[in-house]
Write a protein that binds this ligand. Structure first.
Ligand SMILES: NC(=O)c1ccc[n+]([C@@H]2O[C@H](COP(=O)([O-])OP(=O)(O)OC[C@H]3O[C@@H](n4cnc5c(N)ncnc54)[C@H](O)[C@@H]3O)[C@@H](O)[C@H]2O)c1
Length: 333
């Protein structure tokens, strides 16, 4: 890939997408970034990126549900990173149709655009939620798919379409399946920003959902490095394959809260709030990643410990300019 190659990103204004855009520009790329059309002309987290980054970024307002806007986005790109999705599990109980439209039909539109324009590589984004509660640990890519929420089902639908386009049309697609990711700019729908944000806002009594599930948390820069690894590895090593990214370490939500309290030097009182507890069969109780396939194919390895990532995330939320963009007093669905 030439140094100034054009790369297209969907979901560019989101948490992981905005970090990926920064990394792509740092690597010398021009980026065409899809930001979901909205009436506020908001570019989401891209608005926080420095001017010297944004001068290499062409923002395109659009929607992955609209085939035409996806065709325009990918035109001339050497690589397409498809991250756009509806991601919140609780909201997927309320609005499942929109999840299918965005995560399944939206992905179909991206696959079609890449196919018809002969784009050399598509990186499709899956999620560890597609595995459901671990039946064997650590979870390899051969673990059964068991979708316990409409969100997980819609993501698995997109994954299956991506696999089918590789099988049917030889589409040059690689799927990255990240385990839970955290860091600056993450929304308060996720547990780490929920805890850190509430503490940074001066609360000592933290309200959460179930404290027992375990997760494998990656710092966002490591997840972005995994995207770049599958986006740049030799085609024969990655195309047509799915790769987990994660650390291989698990921690329960309860222990995570204790750790954050320690790092923020605060004694926390945690209350379980019924509204935040998921239906029993929908809660994924255990996720821990085996990323050996990704490591072997690309040489990728995580470079940050949980504590290092949390320290950066705490610093971000302690900055009043950042904290002011969040609603710490409500349950963010
Ligand atoms: N955060 C995690 O822990 C995690 C873990 C595994 C996988 N993922 C996947 O990573 C990707 C990015 O997630 P994130 O955590 O950055 O979430 P996010 O919500 O911050 O980013 C998703 C982006 O997609 C955009 N989007 C939604 N609907 C759209 C549409 N119809 N058209 C165009 N854009 C649309 C949103 O505006 C948002 O910016 C998603 O595909 C998600 O499933 C996230």
């Amino acid at each position: 890939m030439s140094v100034s190659a054009l790369v297209a990103v969907t979901g560019a204004e989101g948490f992981i997408g905005s970090h990926l855009v920064e990394a792509l520009v740092a690597d010398g790329h021009r980026v065409r970034a899809m930001v979901q059309y909205n009436s506020f002309s908001s570019f989401g987290w891209l608005e926080d990126l420095p001017e010297e980054v944004m001068e290499h970024v062409e923002v395109v307002l659009g929607d992955v549900r609209d085939p035409g806007s996806v065709q325009g986005l990918v035109a001339g790109a050497e690589t397409v990173y498809h991250l756009a999705a509806l991601i919140a599990i609780p909201y997927s109980y309320r609005a499942p149709h929109s999840y299918v439209e965005t995560n399944v039909t939206g992905t179909l539109n991206v696959l079609e655009a890449v196919r018809h324009q002969g784009i050399p590589r598509l990186v499709h984004t899956s999620t560890s939620e597609t595995y459901g509660t671990a039946r064997t640990v650590p979870i390899t890519e051969d673990h059964p798919i068991n979708t316990q929420s409409p969100y997980a089902a819609s993501k698995a639908g997109g994954d299956r379409l991506a696999d089918s386009y590789h099988a049917s049309f030889g589409l040059p697609v690689v799927t990255l399946r990240p385990f839970n990711t955290f860091g600056p700019r993450q929304s308060m729908r996720a547990v780490i920003p929920t805890v850190i944000g509430q503490v940074a806002a001066g609360q000592r009594a933290i309200t959460l959902g179930d404290l027992r599930p375990t997760r494998d948390f990656s710092y966002v820069k490591d997840t972005v490095a995994a995207f770049r690894a599958v986006g740049t590895a030799p085609a024969a090593a990655v195309l047509g394959r799915t790769f987990n990214s994660g650390t291989g370490e698990e921690i329960s939500i309860g222990d995570l809260v204790t750790l954050i309290g320690k790092l923020m030097d605060t004694d926390l009182e945690v209350t379980e709030e019924a509204e935040r507890v998921r239906p029993a069969n929908s809660e994924v109780m255990r996720l821990v990643c085996d990323s050996s396939r990704l490591r072997a194919a690309t040489g990728w390895a995580p470079a940050h410990t949980l504590e290092q990532g949390l320290a950066d995330t705490i610093a971000f939320f302690r900055d009043p300019a950042n904290l002011g963009r969040y609603k710490t007093g409500i349950y963010n669905v």
